[in-house]
Design a binder for this molecule. Structure first.
Ligand code: TRP
Length: 392
C-alpha cells in the first residue's frame, strides 16, 4: 500500500498532507513536461499545473493534433451528491471534446460505491440519477459521448470485466489497494479496467486518456498491466493526473465523507457565501491592522486556492489577487467574498442548465451504447460472432 508517515493516497483513502511530487515517485508517474503542456489546448487547469502529472499522454496528444480517433474516459462513483471538486474533470473533458473532437466515455460505478460505502442500493441508485443529471448538464456532444452505468450496462461491462479479470492476480490487487473487505471489492479493479479499455474495445485500438484525480492512478496502473499482456488489441490507456481541489478546512482532498462541509453543486448563493465565510481556511492575519502591515499568504488560503484551481479563468486577475493579498491591501474577508461570488455565479449557471435538461428518460438514451457497440466490445475480448448474432 502506498503509505508513509505523512500521507496516504489510494482510491479509497486520502489522508494527510499530500506531497504531490513524492506521490509520483511512489506511483511511478511523471510530471507533465513544458512541451506536453504546450500541446494541450490552452486551459487554466493545464497552465496552472492542476493537472500536473501523466502517463503516456504523447500518443493521445499526437492523435488529437492529427485529427485521428482519440478518446477520454472519466467517470464518477455515485456515492453522494456531487460537489465542486467532482465536476471540474468533466468540464475539462467537455473542453477537450470541443477543441479536438475527442470521444468521451463516462462510466458510473454504482457497483463500486455499493461495495465500498455503507449505503443501500436505493440510495446509490438515487445518487446515480442525480449525478447523471449534473454530468449531462456539462453539455457533452451526444454523437461523441457515451455514458455507462455498471449495473444497467451489465450486458457489456460484465463480460469484459470477467474476461479481463483473468489477467489480474489477487496478490496484485492486494498489493495495490490493501486487503479487501469483500470479494466484490477485489473484483472491482477489473470493472474499472473494462471502463478504461471500453473505447478501444468498442471502436478499435486508439489512444485513450484518463483525466482524473491522482488517487485514481492505481486503477489506471492495473488496467495498463492488463493491456500490456497483449491478449487484446488495445494500447495502454494514458493518464492525466490532477491535484485535489482543497477542502474548505485546508490542504488535502475536498472530501465528501467527513465533517467539513463541502460546496455542493446544488448550493444556492447564500449557502456558498455562508460556507466560505464560516469555513474556508484563511491565510490572512488575525487582525486587520496586522494584515495591512504584514499581508496574507495566498498559498494556504482556501478562498484563493479555489479561485486558482478553477473559479477564476483570468491569469492576470489571479496574479493580481495574490499580490494584493500578499501586500495586505486585500483583506481575507474581501478575498472570500470575491471567491464566493465567482463560485456562486458558476453554480447558478450550472443549476439553470440542469433545470433546463429534459427528464433523464429522454436525455440518457442519446448517450447509451448502441446494440452494435455492445456486440463489438464483446467480440473484441473474444466472444465469437455466433454468440452475438441474435443480439445485433
Ligand atoms: N472509481 C471512480 C471513483 O470512485 C469512479 C470511476 C469509475 C472512474 N470508472 C472510472 C473514474 C473511470 C475515472 C475513469 O470516483
Amino acid at each position: 500500500m502506498p503509505a508513509d508517515n505523512n500521507f496516504t493516497v489510494t482510491p479509497y483513502t486520502v489522508e494527510g498532507n499530500v506531497e504531490y511530487d513524492r506521490l509520483l515517485d511512489q506511483f511511478g508517474a511523471d510530471r507533465l513536461t513544458p512541451e506536453q503542456k504546450a500541446q494541450f489546448p490552452d486551459h487554466p487547469l493545464i497552465r496552472r499545473d492542476i493537472f500536473y502529472a501523466q502517463r503516456d499522454v504523447d500518443a493521445f496528444l499526437a492523435a488529437a493534433r492529427a485529427g485521428e480517433t482519440h478518446s477520454i474516459v472519466t467517470g464518477r462513483g455515485p456515492s453522494g451528491p456531487m460537489h465542486i471538486g467532482h465536476i471540474f474533470p468533466f468540464y475539462f473533458a467537455k473542453y477537450l471534446q470541443d477543441q479536438t473532437g475527442a470521444l468521451v466515455y463516462i462510466p458510473l460505478s454504482d457497483d463500486e460505491k455499493y461495495l465500498v460505502k455503507d449505503r443501500t442500493l436505493a440510495e446509490i441508485s438515487a445518487y446515480t440519477r442525480a449525478n447523471i443529471r449534473d454530468i449531462l448538464t456539462v453539455g457533452f456532444d451526444p454523437d461523441r459521448t457515451r455514458l455507462i452505468i455498471d449495473s444497467a450496462d451489465a450486458d457489456v461491462i460484465y463480460p469484459l470485466a470477467a474476461t479481463l479479470s483473468k489477467e489480474l492476480t489477487p496478490s496484485t490487487v492486494d498489493a495495490t489497494y490493501g486487503k479487501s473487505e469483500n470479494v466484490g471489492r477485489s473484483f472491482y479493479p477489473a470493472v474499472q479496467a473494462a471502463h478504461l479499455l471500453l473505447p478501444q474495445l468498442v471502436i478499435g485500438r486508439h489512444p485513450t486518456l484518463v483525466p482524473i484525480a491522482v488517487d485514481q492512478d492505481p486503477h489506471v496502473r492495473i488496467c495498463r498491466d492488463i493491456a500490456a499482456k497483449q491478449r487484446y488489441a488495445v494500447d495502454k490507456p494514458g493518464a492525466l493526473l490532477s491535484k485535489f481541489l482543497p477542502s474548505l478546512d485546508g490542504p488535502g482532498k475536498m472530501s465528501s465523507s467527513d465533517d467539513t462541509p463541502s460546496i455542493q453543486l446544488g448550493d444556492d448563493r447564500e449557502t456558498v457565501f455562508e460556507k466560505i465565510q464560516a469555513h474556508a481556511y484563511s491565510g490572512g492575519k488575525r487582525s486587520i491592522d496586522a494584515h495591512r502591515t504584514h499581508g496574507g499568504n495566498p498559498d494556504i488560503d482556501v478562498a484563493y486556492q479555489l479561485l486558482f484551481y478553477f473559479f477564476e479563468q483570468s491569469d492576470e486577475q489571479v496574479e493580481h489577487l495574490a499580490q494584493e493579498y500578499r501586500t495586505g491591501s486585500l483583506l481575507s474577508g474581501e478575498l472570500k467574498e470575491y471567491a464566493a461570488e465567482q463560485i456562486a455565479t458558476f453554480l447558478e449557471t450550472h443549476q439553470k442548465r440542469r433545470a433546463q435538461l429534459g427528464p433523464l428518460s429522454a436525455e440518457l438514451p442519446k448517450y447509451r451504447l448502441s446494440a452494435d457497440e455492445r456486440c463489438d466490445a464483446r467480440r473484441r475480448v473474444g466472444f465469437p460472432e455466433e454468440s452475438l448474432a441474435q443480439q445485433r
